[in-house]
Design a binder for this molecule. Sequence first.
Ligand code: 13P
Length: 233
Amino acid sequence: MIIALNNKCNLTKQEFLKYQEELEKLSTKYKLILCPTFLNIAHYNLENVELGAQNVSPKAPGAVTGEVAAIQLKEEQVKYCIVGHSERRNYQHETDEEINQKIMRLLEQDIIPILCVGETKEEREKQLEKSIIEKELEIALENLTDEQKQKIIIAYEPIWSIGTGIIPTNDQIKEMFKTIKQILPNNKVLYGGSANEENVVLLKEIEEIDGYLLGGLSLKPEKLKIFIEKLEN
Ligand code: 13P
């Protein structure tokens, strides 16, 4: 089981240093991955948690102002990197083609991409949820060898569930995991979207879930501890 923590654009340096003191106390048999802001990556100092990033440049190092290249993440001990998060697709207009390039850059540096896919509320209302994630996967994974594809972690994050407190039904989640696992039978698939220390009792009934990508809960170590305990027991 993988528990990946997406801090999004939160925590100043001082807050992050305190936060790490709390995370340091977490003890679990699961793999913990922390994805802080780029600046906080430089202050990472944990032994029980592996390091991830939230984004990477689709291009090689060079004249690309404002970007951070995969080789630079590698040097900071980054082992994982989120790509294609819906917030970046939405606010930064990130395309599936760019996401494909980012995955290539990460794999060149042996950094494992955590590829986010998911549908909007409108897309689900039109029953397009499966075709949306199939298209996202198809373009994001274009030109990758089977060996490369297998390294990628997929995160199913229904956009209508992120930060809303609403989670899909277990049947809805199972359907989407089935769709993903039909395309990528050997990949780990995470669930993300309003997962918390209360609804974890429902979510843990879903055998297909290989882990979680947590946003809001990642910022609350006390509740995160309860989440992990409930998952383990
Ligand atoms: P929330 O857990 O805050 O809904 O965010 C999920 C998410 O976007 C993780 O990447």
